[in-house]
Ligand binder design. Structure first.
Ligand code: COA
Length: 331
């Protein structure tokens, strides 16, 4: 569906927060059997951030949300809806969205968490936009927020080198035609749910001494299979989203992909015939921050002057589930 004509909901503000503590590849050399050279050449990542012991997922979210409110020049009480995307909430319940709501004084917001792993912020953006279209909600905030440093096994070099902590927020406002979603493409494939997962801690395997001993509370991933899926699905879905907007890949001014691996991004750029200058890349600084990755990259792209009025900006993500999602925005 091409939604361009009916759309009057636009992005009114963005903001992100990353913890101060930097963990470089050289630091990782002291923890696991790896090298800076291996990590840089295989992933493009040079360093990532890790939250302080006092910080929980909602703390990162609140700091990103505060910046987005300032950017949009909006009073917290104006927010009608808050959706938080995260793989590691403060608690199973209450939702991290409710906790963040209280921290930011967003008294009038309806709040819930959304689980779609690294695709979470894009899913949230679209869910928020759709809810706004069918309700009297005028202003919504979505936040992707992650503390991976507590769910990776620091003895597993296959995973601990990839991820970082951070949060990014986006505010949507009704009555704003510019910076609005003009098309989308989303999908899920539960038949591959085992490719990235945290096996224990839920109803399938509640926490026991054994699940802790067996390290089943940490992320497990089949990296190569995820890599192949990401390359293929991002290209396919970007093309589908563009088709729905009656655009072609030549119309893309900036592609903002989920920041997982530079090799995936280069392969996607090649398939879409896009020069690297049209791809937002900041994974060298933050690693893969999952649901936070796209809001952080969007905010940085704006502040670095990479987006101008009228540009076609495409957001594209993939993640555990498996899930994927693409959103085309006319800036
Ligand atoms: N340092 C040094 N060597 C490492 C290493 C590390 N951190 N991690 C793995 N290796 C080794 C492997 O043990 C393997 O050694 P072997 O050939 O002796 O068995 C070798 O390097 C190659 O490993 P492989 O898994 O084939 O590497 P790869 O090129 O596929 O890169 C990933 C691994 C994880 C970086 C890559 O598959 C990837 O990015 N996948 C997508 C993951 C992702 O995006 N997940 C998040 C989804 S949102």
């Amino acid at each position: 569906m091409n939604k361009e004509n009916s759309n009057n909901i636009g992005i009114a503000g963005t903001g992100f927060y990353i913890p101060e503590r930097i963990l470089t590849n050289f630091d990782l050399e002291k923890i696991v059997d790896t090298t800076d050279e291996w990590i840089r050449t295989r992933t493009g990542i040079e360093e990532r951030r890790t939250a302080s012991d006092e910080e929980a997922t909602s703390d990162l979210a609140a700091k990103a949300g505060e910046k987005a409110l300032k950017d949009a020049d909006i009073n917290p009480k104006e927010i009608d809806l808050l959706i938080i995307a995260t793989h590691f909430p403060d608690h199973h319940f209450p939702s991290t969205a409710c906790i963040t709501q209280h921290k930011l004084g967003m008294k009038n917001a309806v709040c819930f968490d959304l689980s779609a792993a690294c695709t979470g912020s894009i899913y949230s953006l679209y869910v928020a936009e759709s809810l706004m279209k069918n309700s009297n909600y005028k202003t919504a905030m979505i936040i992707g927020t992650e503390i991976f440093s507590r769910t990776v096994d620091w003895q597993d070099r296959n995973t601990c080198i990839l991820f970082g902590d951070g949060a990014g927020a986006i505010i949507l406002k009704k009555g704003q035609k510019e910076k609005s979603i003009i098309s989308f493409d989303f999908g899920s494939d539960g038949s591959n749910a085992d490719l990235i997962k945290i096996p224990a801690g839920g109803s399938r395997l509640p926490p026991t001494i054994n699940t802790i001993r067996n390290k089943q509370h940490y992320i497990q991933m089949e990296g190569k299979k995820v890599y192949r899926f990401a390359k293929k699905m991002m290209v396919h879905s970007v093309n589908k989203a563009l088709e729905k907007a009656e655009l072609s890949r030549k119309d893309i001014d900036l592609l903002i992909p989920h920041q997982a691996n530079i090799r995936i991004l280069k392969a996607v750029a090649k398939k879409l015939h896009l020069p690297l200058e049209k791809i937002m890349i900041n994974l060298q600084k933050y690693g893969n921050t999952s649901a936070a990755s796209i809001p952080i990259a969007l905010d940085e792209a704006i502040s670095e002057g990479k987006i101008k009025e009228g540009d076609i900006v495409v957001l594209t993500a993939f993640g555990a589930g498996l899930t994927w999602g693409e959103i085309v925005i006319r800036w």
